[in-house]
Ligand binder design. Structure first.
Ligand SMILES: O=C(O)CCC(=O)C(=O)O
Ligand SMILES: [Fe+2]
Length: 276
């Protein structure tokens, strides 16, 4: 299968980025990122493509490793120097299940989209910050994030410059992607505003639609965001496509252990699950 068959090439001509439509799509996405730190590309995957991604995600869900507990918005252990009520000391619950790249079969349409050179070239063109590479971590390069009843992701800033996510299936209730765009800069943490987000009183929280088939190119380092708590039986499925501006970046063993429940990746995606 050609993964471009899953993409709406009339709206997003990945096979011909030099065309007028291709150039306009890139310009629009860049303008969205400049204005709000995120480009939300709805209908990137066709309805037929989404149906294939949903079937694949439902089959892959049993391979997901659950992790959960509490975390801060800064994804690190706070120093004791911060007062107890400071955003750096504010702990919030999270729960998510992750299917790692090493267990996603070669035939998976999500994997094929991620590995498509045309998809990488498109994201690279939108970001306009030089060459990007697939993240070199054997577990972290591509994830299917599966979230069900009770799962959520706490308010946080990402530690990478950008994240690309592909919305596959919505939860019945909750599971919204909430964001306060560009709330901090490299030189101004803006803790007062962050505190308002964490205590629920910030007036400018945006909820991004993320209808299935949407590709979101998101600069999460300066835009605080969360996935709201999920209720109901329908799983929320999101593909997380990781890239880096360097070709060799990998995750720490600690992160792998927590997120995937293993430090050593599978050499090849297992054919059956549990792996023999
Ligand atoms: O699941 C999502 O939509 C966002 C995930 C996210 O924020 C992250 O992995 O850092
Ligand atoms: Fe994030």
């Amino acid at each position: 299968m050609d993964p471009l068959d899953l993409i709406d090439l009339d709206r997003y001509p990945l096979h011909d980025l030099g065309s007028a439509t291709g150039q306009r799509v890139i310009e629009d996405a860049r303008a969205q990122i400049a204005a709000m730190g995120a480009a939300e590309l709805s209908g990137f995957v066709t309805p037929d493509g989404v149906a294939k991604l949903v079937a694949d995600a439902d089959a892959l869900a049993e391979r997901a490793h659950p992790s959960g507990g509490v975390g801060t918005a800064y994804l690190e252990l706070p120093s004791d120097e911060w007062p107890k009520d400071h955003p750096r000391q504010t702990w919030m619950p999270y729960g998510v299940r992750a299917v790692g790249y090493d267990v996603i079969p070669f035939t998976s349409p999500l994997r094929q989209i991620y590995e498509s050179p045309a998809v990488t070239a498109f994201i690279e063109a939108v970001l306009n910050r030089g060459t990007i590479y697939h993240y070199a971590d054997p577990c972290g390069a591509l994830n299917l994030a599966v979230m069900g009843e009770g799962d959520e992701l706490q308010w946080h800033f990402d530690q990478t410059d950008f994240v690309v996510s592909l919305a596959i299936q919505d939860a019945a209730d909750g599971g919204d992607f909430d964001v306060v765009p560009l709330i901090r800069t490299a030189d101004n943490e803006n803790y007062d505003d962050v505190a308002r987000v964490l205590n629920g009183s910030h007036p400018d929280v945006l909820t991004l639609e993320m209808t299935p088939g949407t590709l979101l190119i998101f600069e999460g380092r300066h835009s605080i965001h969360r996935v709201s708590p999920i209720t109901g039986d329908t799983l929320r499925h999101v593909g997380l496509l990781a890239y880096d501006t360097k070709p060799t970046t990998v995750s720490s063993e600690l992160l792998r252990e927590i997120r995937y429940g293993r430090v050593t990746p599978f050499a090849e995606p297992p054919v059956t699950w549990p792996a023999a």
